[in-house]
Structure formats: structure tokens, C-alpha cells
Design a protein around this ligand. Sequence first.
Ligand code: NAI
Ligand code: MG
Length: 478
Amino acid sequence: MELRTKLLVGGDWVDGADRFADVNPATEETLAQVHEAGPDQVDAAVRSAREALPAWRDLDPHARSVLLWRLADLLEERAAELAVVETLDNGKPSFESAKVDLPSVVENFRYYAGWADKLGGETIPVSGPFLNYTLRQPVGVVGAIIPWNFPLSMAAWKVAPALACGNAVILKPAEQTPLTALLLGELALEAGFPAGVLNVIPGRGPVTGQALVEHPGVDKISFTGSVETGKLIMREAAATVKNVTLELGGKSPNVVFADADLDAAARGATTGIFYGKGEVCAAGSRLYVERSVKDAFMEKLLERTAKMVPGDPTHPKTRLGALVSKEQRDKVLSYIEAGREEGATLRAGGEAASVDGRGYFVEATVFDDVDIGMKIAREEIFGPVVAVLEFDGIEDAIRQANQTIYGLAAGVWTRDVGKAHRFAREVQAGTVWVNTYNRYDSASPFGGVKQSGFGRDLGRYALEQYTETKSVWVALDG
Ligand code: NAI
Ligand code: MG
């Protein structure tokens, strides 16, 4: 596939108001000059979406299903190429793009293709001589603003259910990783989606993103990204009372009890923090280990960490890629510096790295003797850096796990079923993994509590984010 760099608006590839350089973070080379949507292009995208909406909303549900399925087929046919682009743009290992991201994106479109013709309302028994029923109707024009860590997956998580429900979508990919979103737009055209039903408009957050959030013609903003930007969007969206879904950051606790299978727990803790270079909103970045097994566990953890060597992301054996940008690399390094200054013990990594003298890599880093008062235990680092803390017993585990402003995900490792379920019930998180970590499925809801946001992606729960429920009363005594 040839790269697309222009904006997809109303079925046409159009020029932006400006351009920005999209960089390959593993080589520091510019991949493309990508067009940026200014307020005029955002307005054009909104107008084309509004124009496309009535026919799309009223299309036979089965026809929407067929189109989504066809798009899934095209994504599957081009999966290998898309995975390469994703890796070049983001720096993630091709193992992840090709074996995890792309298959799940295809599955996601098929999953929501299946829902498109199954969105019924209900009849409700009310008092009096009335028939009362509900209609599930699309919200309207949806602005999807997504981050750079899982570019195509995040696009799929929002675009697939929104389209299945009959909404028109304006997708704003992150400026660090716009390429696969543009190719998704191209494949949607090829699949036969009507012009304007899916628009793709790259651009920087404060330019393109903000214009989309402010636009009165947008009915809903579905956002995944940082807490700061989420708060800003919530404030901005208030001006036009937009429906908002926010999936924000995390500082997720991964809790290892003394009775756990320590080898499995060490493996899960390693992938829990180093998968996706730690640029994962659900990363298990606070690793709590029960005191009595701490030394034994640390030995296993460090052994596995030593194998996470930064490498060329395009190499199939690489498991730790480049961070997405110089900014992100520098931010992660500044947290490592803070960890050292605040007195945590550095047990592995801690330095920037490069491959052939280039790239924004950071070593797999383990801090021990971390205190919850330290910055590295409180703030989302979004990099391959884990903070190890200790606990004693279930009460202490739950108390410490919840000692955060976030509530996205949590992991627990134990052979005691009662302990596992009690932890799952009492931990404040949108997702809990028991004796596993970082599991996702199109059918299972994902999202946060507390400052990790509200609303859910995936599963049938996402359908609620993209539909309004209308109550209809019919007098029967007429
Ligand atoms: P960000 O939250 O600012 O960016 C995410 C998306 O929001 C991008 O598409 C961006 O263009 C857009 N955006 C930014 N400002 C906007 C605005 N004023 N109005 C509308 N849209 C806007 O995250 P950024 O700056 O890329 O990364 C900063 C930090 O955020 C990272 O270091 C990381 O800690 C965290 N982060 C967390 C993510 C998560 O999934 N939890 C994803 C990305 C970043
Ligand atoms: Mg890039």
C-alpha cells in the first residue's frame, strides 16, 4: 500500500492547512510530511459527516453489517503491510504489530459487524393504557481522538462500534502516528462506505483536536489519551454539552501474593510492564510483591528483565522497541532521574539506548525499594519502567493497590481463589486480571474508574456509548 498523507474528507483526499513531519522513532528519519487539518478542514469534515449521516443512519442495518465485514476482510488482506507501517510509525516491535495488533483489529471490525443488525430497543411495562417502547438511535457525528500507542487498534475500538450503530465518524489520529488511520480510511472507501461516513483528519492536538471538540456540529467526543488532555476536553465539551467518553491513563497495580506461581507471576509482571515498551495505559507499573517472597521473586523478575533488550523493531525477534518520540523518551528518562534522586534502588536498566547509534530507546528499567510517596510510584511514566513495592496480606494489598488517583486496570497473582475474587471485587479498577495480565477481547469491556475516565470501549458496552435511547409512548385507549 502506498502511504496516504492528505486528509480524507467527504470521500476525497484533500490538502491540509499545514504539514507536520511524521518520524520513525527507531531511526529518527522522517517517514512522511503529513497534512494537518486546520479549522476550515475540520469544518469541512463535520459538514460532510452531517450530510452523510441521515442516509447512513437509515440504511438497512444488515447493509451496515456487510460493509463492516468487508472492511475487516480488506484489513486482513493488507494486515502484513499495515503491520509494517504501524511498526515504522510507532517504533513497536513487528512481533506486536503483526501478531497482536492487526489480528485484533480485524476481529474487532467483525465483532461489531455482528452487532450492526442486533441493536433493538425494548418494550417497557408502564402504568396506564399505554404502549411504551425504546428506540436505540445513533448519537450522530462522533469525533474520535486517539493516542499513538496502539494507533490502528484505538481507531478500531472507536470507529467499528460507532459505525455499527449508524454514526458518522471523524477520526483524529495522534500526530506521532497518523499513517495507519489514513490507510484505514482508504480501505473504508474501497469497502464501499459512503463518502463522509468516515473522515480521517490528522493534526496536532491543540489545532485539529481542539477544533473538533469545539465544533457545534459534533455530537460526541470519544477520547483515549492523557488525563490532562482528557480534563481539557471535558471542559471544552461543556460549551456545547457534548456527550463524552474518556479513557485516560493509569498507574495499575500488579499484585503478587506469596502463594502465587512465582514463575508465572514474574513472566506476567515482565510483559505487564515491558509489552508495548510500557507505553500502555494499563501497564502494570506498580508491582506489589508480598514481603516473604520478595527476594525469590526479584531474582526471577530480573532474570526476565535482562532478556528485554532494546532492538530494531522491524526484526521479528525484537521484544522491546523504540519509544514513540524524542519527547516521550526524554520524559521517561526524567522519571528515571527522579527515581534515583528520591532514593529508589535501581536494579536494572536506567539508561537511554540506541540501535546502530540511532533511535529513542530506553532500557528495561526496574526500581526496587519504592515508596508510594515517590513520583515514580504516583505518576504515569508511560515507558519501560516498573516500580516495585512491598505488602503484607490481603488487607494491605487492597489498601495499597487503591492508593492512586487512577483506576484503569489491576493484576493479582495467587493460588487462593477466595483471595483472588476478594481482590477483584475491592480493587478500584475497570479491568482485573487474575493470574494473567494485558488480556483484551473485542467482547470484553475496557475502561476506567476514578481519574482513568468513564465509559467503556469494546463489548456490547461500547454500543451504549454510541447510541441514544429514545422512549416512545403510545396511547392505547384512543
Ligand atoms: P495526549 O493525551 O495529549 O494525546 C492524545 C490525543 O489527544 C492525540 O490525538 C492528541 O493530538 C490529542 N490532543 C492533544 N491535545 C488536545 C486538545 N487540546 N484537544 C483535543 N485533542 C487533543 O497525549 P500526548 O501529549 O501524546 O502524551 C502525553 C502523555 O500522556 C504521555 O507521556 C503519556 O504519559 C500520556 N498518554 C497516555 C495515553 C493513554 O492511553 N493512557 C495515551 C497517550 C499518552
Ligand atoms: Mg511516527
